[in-house]
Write a protein that binds this ligand. Structure first.
Ligand code: ATP
Length: 342
C-alpha cells in the first residue's frame, strides 16, 4: 500500500449528507479518498488490488485504516470509477478477477447511495477542470466547444472523450467507450513484426495488447525475438528503468515503439472524433516516462496522417500531470446524482 499526504483543507462547505467515499479502481491499483466537502479530497490511499479478495474487502480495509477512520463517522454516499464497461447491476473487471453486484455491494457496505461508473468516463469529466495540471505536447490552441479525446495506458488501455452537451445546456457529455479494444494497426515494418509476434499469443491483437504494462512486456519479447534473443522476460517497470538509465538499448527501443504506437492510437482517436479540442493522455505509464515521452516519436506519429497531416498538426495533445484526476470526475458525477438533495 502507498500512502500520500492529504490535500490541504480548503474553506469549501461540508457536504450535508456527510463525508463521501470516492474510489478509482484499476486492474492493479485501487485508489481511495474521502470527500468531506465539494472538491476536497483527503486521506488518499492507494491499495494493491491483488492484496484483497474482493472490492468489498478493499473498501472495508481502506475505511478501517486509523488515519481514515478518524475522519468519518460512517459513509452514506459513495462513488466508484472502475476499469470495465458498466452496464446494469453486474460488474466484472476486464483486467482483474473482481466481480460484484452494485446493489449487493451497496447493502454490504451500508451505503445509502453507491454509484459505479467507467473509470475513463469519470476521467473525461475531470478534463475541463485540470487547469495547469497538464502538459501540452505539440499542436496549436484547442478549438473551443470541439470534441476532446482521452486515452490512457496502464494495466489496460482506457479510452473516452467529451462532446458538447446535446441537451441545450452548457457542459459536456462523457463518452462510454471501450476503444482500447480496437484492432491494433501497425504503420511500419517493425510494428508488423511486433503484430506477427503478438498473433502467436492472441487471436485478436487489440491496441490494449500492446499499449499497456503487459503490452510493454510483449513488445520487449517481440523485439528480443527479432534481435535473435528469444525468450527474454522483463517486467514493464524494469524495462522503463533500464531504458531511462541508458543501460539497455533494446529497452529504449521498446519504449520508443510504445510511444510511437501511442501516437498513432491518439491520432486515430483524434481523427475519428474530430477532437479539435485536443487529445489527453492519462494512465499510469506515460507520466512515469517524463522527458523521454516528450522527446519520443509520439507527437510526430500523431501528426503522420498523409493528406490530413496539416489538420492533425493543429490539434494539441496533453499529458495529464494531476496525480488523482479521476476523483474530480467521479465527485462531479456523484454530486449530479445527489443534487439538490445532498
Ligand atoms: N515505470 C513504468 N513503466 C512502464 N510500465 C509501468 C511502470 N510502472 C508501472 N507500470 C505498469 O503500469 C500498469 C499499472 O498502471 P496504472 O498505475 O495506471 O494502474 P491501474 O490504474 O490499476 O490500471 P488500469 O486503470 O489501466 O486498469 C502495470 O501494468 C505496470 O506494470
Amino acid at each position: 500500500m502507498t500512502a500520500f499526504a492529504s490535500s490541504p483543507a480548503s474553506p469549501t462547505p461540508a457536504h450535508a449528507g456527510g463525508v463521501r467515499l470516492l474510489a478509482d479502481i484499476g486492474g492493479t491499483n485501487a485508489r481511495f479518498a474521502l470527500e468531506p466537502g465539494p472538491g476536497r479530497f483527503e486521506a488518499i490511499e492507494v491499495l494493491s488490488c491483488h492484496d484483497h479478495a474482493t472490492l468489498a474487502d478493499a473498501i472495508r480495509a481502506y475505511l478501517a485504516l486509523p488515519q481514515v477512520a478518524v475522519l468519518h463517522g460512517g459513509i452514506r454516499h459513495a462513488a466508484i470509477a472502475i476499469a470495465n464497461p458498466v452496464v446494469g447491476d453486474q460488474v466484472r473487471m476486464t483486467n482483474h478477477h473482481w466481480a460484484f453486484s452494485i446493489e449487493a455491494l451497496r447493502l454490504e457496505c451500508g451505503f445509502d447511495t453507491l454509484l459505479v461508473v467507467n473509470d475513463f468516463s469519470a476521467l473525461a469529466r475531470s478534463l475541463p477542470h485540470l487547469g495547469d495540471q497538464k502538459l501540452q505536447v505539440g499542436g496549436g490552441a484547442p478549438e473551443p466547444g470541439a470534441a476532446i479525446g482521452l486515452l490512457g495506458a496502464g494495466t489496460g488501455l482506457g479510452v473516452s472523450g467529451l462532446i458538447p452537451a446535446t441537451n441545450g445546456k452548457p457542459g459536456w457529455t462523457a463518452l462510454r467507450s471501450e476503444g482500447g479494444h480496437v484492432s491494433f494497426s501497425p504503420v511500419n515494418e517493425m510494428e508488423v513484426a511486433i503484430l506477427q509476434y503478438a498473433w502467436r499469443e492472441f487471436e485478436h491483437v487489440s491496441s490494449e495488447r500492446l499499449l499497456s504494462g503487459a503490452g510493454v512486456e510483449l513488445i520487449y519479447r517481440a523485439l528480443s525475438d527479432r534481435a535473435g534473443r528469444p525468450g527474454e522476460q522483463l517486467t514493464a517497470p524494469e524495462i522503463s528503468r533500464r531504458a531511462l538509465s541508458g543501460e539497455c538499448a533494446l529497452c529504449d527501443q521498446v519504449l520508443e515503439a510504445f510511444c510511437g504506437m501511442l501516437g498513432t492510437a491518439a491520432g486515430n482517436l483524434a481523427i475519428t472524433l474530430g477532437a479539435q479540442g485536443g487529445v489527453y493522455i492519462g494512465g499510469g505509464i506515460v507520466p512515469r516516462l517524463g522527458q523521454r515521452f516528450i522527446d519520443s516519436s509520439f507527437r510526430s506519429r500523431f501528426e503522420q496522417r498523409g493528406r490530413f497531416s496539416g489538420y492533425m498538426a493543429q490539434i494539441p495533445t496533453y499529458v495529464i500531470t494531476a496525480e488523482y484526476p479521476a476523483f474530480v470526475g467521479v465527485s462531479a458525477i456523484l454530486s449530479e446524482k445527489l443534487s439538490p438533495a445532498s
